[in-house]
Structures are given as C-alpha cells and as structure tokens.
Write a protein that binds this ligand. Structure first.
Ligand code: ADP
Ligand code: MG
Length: 579
C-alpha cells in the first residue's frame, strides 16, 4: 500500500487543500458543542435573549462553514482517489503489454483482469475513505477528549472505561476479518477464470453438452466467493450495532451521572450536554478509525496483488545498449539452440542449428508437439533460449531492441487473432500508414479479396470480437494479409495453411512466391504438399532436427520424413515425385 502512495505525487497541492479542509471541518464540529454549552449556561439560564441570538448566529455560521469544508473535501478526495486509480490501471496495462509470454504463463489472464479492475477499485475505495478520515478522525479524537475534559473532568471516567472496551471489540473483529480479505480476492480470480474459459470456449461447451457441468462449476466457485463475502460482511456488519450499543450506553451513563451532579450543583447543565456530544464525537471517530483499519488490510491485499505485477521484471528486456542491425536483409541463423519452457521436464527444442537466407523458403514439418511453433516463436524473441543463440542478420536477437527485431518480421501465428474493428483496421495493424492499394494488394495475395468483396461493406466491414463473424480459413487469410501489408524481411507462417482448402492453399502459395521473392520465408506445415517445393525442409521430431534438405534428398535420407510423406501421399504420387 505504502508503495502505491507514490502515485499520489501529482496531487500534492490537492492533498494539502484536503488537509486544510479536514482541519476546518473538525474544528467546526468540535467548536459547536462548546457554543451550545454557552447558550444553555449563559443565555437560557439568565434569560439573555440577545446572547442567545448572537451565539445562535455564530453556531449557524460555524455549522455551515464545517459542512462546506466537508463537501469540498469529499469532492477533492474523490478526484484524487479516482485519478490515482486511473494511473494505476494505466501502469498495470503498460506493464502487462511488455510482459513476455513467460509472464503470461505464470499469471493467468483472468487474474490480470481482476487485478486491473477489482483490485484497483478496492484501492480507490479505501483512498476516498482514508483521505476523508486521516485528519478528521485523530483530530476529533484528541481535541475532543481535551474539550470534553474542559467541560467536566468528573465525567471523564465514563470515557476511560468505554474506550478500551471499544478498542478491544475492534481488534477482535480485525483479527478475524483481515485474513479473509486475501482469500476473497483469490476466490474472485477463480470465478473470473471459469467465466473467462466459458466465454471463450462457449462452442466447445455447447458441442459437448457440458453446459450443466460448467454451470455447476461456476455455481461452486460463485458459492465460494459468496460464503467468504458473507463471513466478511457479517463481521463488519456486527461492528456497527456493537459500536452503537457502546455509544448509547455511554450516553445514558453520562446523562445519569451528569444529571446527579447537575442536581448537586457541581455541574452546569450546558456542560453536561456538551460533554455528551463530545463523547459521541469521540466514540464515532473511533468507529471510523476502526472502519479504516478494516478497509486498509483489504486494500493491502489488493495492493500486494497489484505490486506483484508492477514489480515483475519481464523476462525479455531490451539490453542496455542495443545493437543496430542493418535495415534490410533477413538472414536467420540458429546456432545449437536448446530451449525448455519453465517447469518443463525436458527441453522443447534441443541442439537446433540451421540457417535461412533471403529469397529462400524454409519449411518446417513434424508431428504435433514436435516443437514447430516453439521454434518459430523464438525468432521474434517471444522466449529466450537457454543454450546457443539465434542470429538475425549476424546479430544475436538478445542484442537487438525488440522493436527493431519485430519490425523485420511478419508473423502469422498458428491461432489467427483479429481485433474487433473493421477489416481495414485489422490489416493496418502492422503498418498504420499503409496505402489503400497496399491493403488491397495484400488482401489479393492472401486470397482474401473475394470474400471481402462479398461482405456488405467490403473493407469497412466490421470484425466482431474474437473474429467470430468470419470463418477459420477467412480469419487465417486476413491474418496472412496483415503480415503482408508490413512488407517485412522475414515471413513466418506458423501452420497457417492447414486451415485452408487445398485449392486456396496452392493459389495462395503461388501468389506469395512472387510477393516474397526477396524475403526470407519460414513455413510451418503439416501437409507435405505445402512443403514439397521448399528450398529446404527441416524435419522436427520430439524437439530435434532429424532431417534437413530438399524433398528428394529427405525422401532418401530421412526415415521420419518418409513416414510423413507415405501417410499423406498415395504410392503413385510418391512414385511420380521420385521420377
Ligand atoms: P507443435 O507446434 O510442433 O505442434 P509446440 O511447439 O506447440 O508443438 O509444442 C512443443 C512442446 O512444447 C509440446 O510438448 C508442448 O506441450 C510444449 N509447450 C508448448 N507451449 C508451451 C508452454 N507455453 N508452456 C509449456 N510447455 C509448452
Ligand atoms: Mg504448432
């Protein structure tokens, strides 16, 4: 929590103002009972109407002044708290935007969302409260006691007895409630995770008739959150009546013992009333302090979760001094690369060496889970290798700034992702200033022109969230067009063509050839027909290269490759190929 206070810095002057207003508000509140005692003692007792009017007028002014201070104070406190939380959300978002994929493996998306929304809201709530009470409560407490004693020392034993009781009650509740707050946020994470999974996986849930099952799962998580929330709220809610009881008991005690002293002539009736009001103010501010102590641990739990993100050092960072690589080339070299995912038992890739040159097509083929996606994810440095190195244009990828590195690469991921917005916006994603004709050209090469022109608004048609209003193959083609618009030096297609029918696949690759004549192209594929005419084919098996060469060479030398080919092409086709 303390660490997050640095985000208050821009509001220094507002904070000073809030402080002054708080002092004004407390001063007014504390002065009023005093004036009232005067009216009773000096005005009413001696039938001095002038004095009553005069003091009454002062009371009105003081009361109005105090209220105005309170209103302005709350206004600015809210401004500061909401402003601070906006900054906080921005900071989290910026941090997360710079996460490498490893961090996403560690903290779930659901948790990131809870932290950006719910946790910051907790902080905001407590900030409003703290800003409102930080000055007023302690001030009222201390000055209230002094003022009460000035009215009458004889009744002070009532305060002396009641305050420790009150503090004990508060402490007891705190000890019970605080651990629950952390639990609460974790359960919320869980709930969000289930919700998130269900929304993205809605088709699977339907297709497998798992709606009931998912409902039950959600119900359980929901109940979990509810139970904790009930416990917490019961505790917090039980505080109020206990406090009110204590305050009322003390009021009765003050009137009881006070009126005895008034009857005895040792205490003026006005002083008794003033004492009564001071006691109420003191106990009430104690109550508020208690509330604050309950809210703070809750915010503390949230603050810790936020700090966890803000303190996270992305595994992949730009080096202090980045090397500039020559603007245009596209040489890629893998040099004895070994890579394992965190917590993985065995490396996903081991001892990978090969190189790609501009103008040539490198195809990567292998069974599922053989490490093809992992391999191409290393090129834009989504992950860092453990052993060996990857060189782009002669420079280690870890020595190039991520921006420079990625500007060289047109990456088409295995899972096509589009953003909600128009097709035009989506294609411009990698190059905002692309011209109309560049966009059209890219769409044409990617074999997307036809279906785009059939859409109601052509290039201005809207893609819905997650791209659900276009088919998988169409999404893939848009994702290819998006990479083409960029005109990069290196193209990476991660299993992009498998979602296309054979004819589109062939057409697309033919038109790609012309477009990517000078570029380095890496194609990950499952179909032999996609890779057959590549300049070099890399055969991956279980994270290792088991063959590298042209189709014909591999047919002779590589057992795994032969296996893949024979499983896909008919004997006659293989025969024809070999001739
Ligand atoms: P392919 O693309 O060839 O089907 P991948 O490169 O996606 O295979 O996966 C290779 C291996 O790495 C698989 O065994 C998979 O379980 C593992 N793997 C992939 N992604 C991750 C990840 N984010 N964390 C841990 N292991 C992963
Ligand atoms: Mg893959």
């Amino acid at each position: 929590m303390i660490k997050l206070l640095r985000y208050l810095e821009p509001y220094q002057w507002l904070l000073v103002l809030i402080l002054i207003l708080a002092v004004g508000q407390s001063a007014a509140n504390l002065y009023l009972p005093n004036l009232m005692a005067d009216i009773v003692n000096k005005g009413i007792a001696s039938y001095n109407t002038g004095f009553i009017w005069q003091t009454g007028l002062i009371m009105t002014v003081v009361a109005v002044g105090g209220t105005v201070c309170a209103i302005i104070g709350v206004y600015f406190s809210s401004r500061v708290a909401t402003g601070m939380c906006k900054t906080l959300r921005d900071e989290i978002f910026n941090k997360v935007a710079n996460f490498s994929l490893h961090e996403f493996d560690v903290i779930s998306t659901a948790s990131l969302i809870t932290r950006t929304t719910n946790d910051t809201a907790q902080i905001q709530q407590v900030m409003v409260m703290v800003l409102g009470l930080l000055i007023t409560a302690p001030l009222t407490l201390v000055v209230g006691v002094i003022m009460a004693l000035k009215q009458d020392v004889g009744l002070s034993w009532i305060l002396v007895t009641i305050i420790p009781v009150l503090v004990t009650v508060i402490l007891l509740l705190l000890v019970k409630a605080v651990p629950l707050f952390t639990v609460m946020q974790v359960k919320l994470d869980k709930l969000n995770l289930i919700l998130d999974e269900n929304l993205t996986g809605v088709r699977v849930v339907r297709a497998f008739n798992r709606i009931k099952h998912e409902e039950k799962k959600f119900d359980l998580a929901n109940l979990d959150v509810t139970n904790v929330a009930i416990k917490v709220n019961q505790l917090v809610a039980s505080m109020m009546p206990v406090m009110m009881l204590l305050i009322n008991v003390s009021s009765v005690a003050i009137i009881w013992f006070g009126s005895k002293r008034v009857a005895g002539g040792t205490l003026q009736i006005g002083a008794m009333f003033a004492f009564l009001q001071y006691a109420a103010q003191i106990l009430f501010s104690l109550l508020m302090v208690a509330m604050m102590f309950i809210m703070i641990p809750r915010a503390e739990a949230s603050a810790n979760r936020i700090n966890e993100i803000l303190d996270m050092e992305p595994e992949i960072k730009d080096p202090k001094s980045t090397k500039k690589v020559s603007a245009k080339k596209g040489y890629i070299q893998f040099d004895k690369v070994t890579f394992s995912y965190h917590n993985a038992e065995k490396p996903a890739l081991s001892d990978i060496s090969f190189s790609c040159t501009p103008g040539k097509v490198t195809a990567i083929i292998g069974g599922t889970g053989s490490g093809k996606s992992t391999l191409v994810n290393l090129i834009p440095r989504f992950y860092d290798v453990q052993k060996g190195r990857i060189m782009i244009d002669g420079t280690d990828v870890r020595e190039i700034s991520q921006d420079d590195l990625r500007a060289k690469i047109g990456f088409v991921p295995q899972k096509a992702i589009l953003f909600s917005g128009t097709i035009n916006n989506n294609l411009r994603y990698g190059k905002e200033n692309a011209t109309e004709s560049e966009i059209k050209q890219a769409a044409k090469i990617a074999q997307a022109s036809e279906f785009i022109s059939k859409m109601p608004n052509g290039f201005e048609s809207m893609i819905s969230q997650g791209g659900t209003n276009v088919s998988g193959g169409q999404m893939q083609r848009l994702s290819i067009a998006r990479a083409l618009v960029r005109k990069p030096e290196i193209y990476v297609f991660d299993d992009t063509f498998s979602a296309l029918d054979f004819i589109t696949d062939a057409k697309l690759r033919a038109s790609l050839k012309a477009e990517t004549k000078e570029a380095t192209v890496i194609i990950v594929a499952q179909r032999v027909s996609t890779v057959i005419d590549a300049d070099q084919i890399i055969v991956l098996d279980d994270g290792k290269i088991v063959g590298i060469g042209k189709h014909k060479e591999l047919m002779k030398s590589c057992e795994v490759y032969r296996g893949i080919v024979s499983s896909q092409l008919s004997a006659a086709e293989i025969e024809g190929e070999n001739k």
